[in-house]
Design a protein around this ligand. Structure first.
Ligand code: HEM
Length: 150
């Protein structure tokens, strides 16, 4: 896919070239190996310009972008800002290395907190509480049926 974009006139950009484009006047973000110039979009971004600036400075905004769960219309908007693809892109999940391309690339220091993962396992209390209520109901029934009537 990255190759398709490259073939359709978008340039190949090395990871180190992305460094230095993380300001309000010049902001690039890397998402799934593609480079987007979002300078003109900063003010209009519904998520705010600060998140874009942070994502830009982090070197690779893929995880942050995915964590937000952008809508399909947001994803189709991205094409308006596409300027190229990262040369020899290594997805952040494919390598645990903190650098994206070379040693001159800043580490991906800002990762959104992971909201994913298995749901919390049932605790013992989850079983104990209904059992307790059942016991209480039984005790009340027993009292009313056998003891109170006597
Ligand atoms: C070219 C890149 C991007 C485009 C075109 C874009 C577009 C949008 C759009 C249209 C929305 C409104 C909600 C939706 O339709 O999903 C949105 C919300 C948001 N975006 Fe982005 N976005 C981009 C990159 C990023 C990045 C890199 C981050 C990094 C964290 C980010 C964080 C957010 C946040 C936090 C919201 C608010 C979500 C909410 O309030 O529910 N976006 N974005």
């Amino acid at each position: 896919m990255a190759e398709d974009e490259a073939a359709s006139g978008k340039k190949l950009i090395s990871a180190s070239d992305v460094v230095g484009h993380a300001s309000r006047k010049d902001c690039w973000v890397v998402i799934h190996g593609k480079v987007y110039d979002v300078t003109k979009f900063l003010e209009d971004h519904p998520g705010g310009e600060d998140v874009l600036l942070h994502a830009s400075a982090s070197g690779d905004a893929t995880e942050a972008f995915e964590d937000v769960g952008h809508s399909t219309s947001a994803i189709s908007m991205m094409n308006n800002y596409l300027i190229g693809s990262i040369k020899d892109y290594v997805p952040p999940s494919a390598s645990e290395a903190t650098t994206v391309g070379g040693n001159d690339v800043p580490p991906n220091f800002r990762r959104m907190p992971q909201k994913k993962g298995p749901p919390a396992p049932n605790t013992f209390l989850d079983f104990l509480l209904p059992l307790f209520v059942l016991g209480l109901a039984f005790a009340a029934w027993y009292y009313l049926t056998f003891i109170a009537k006597a």
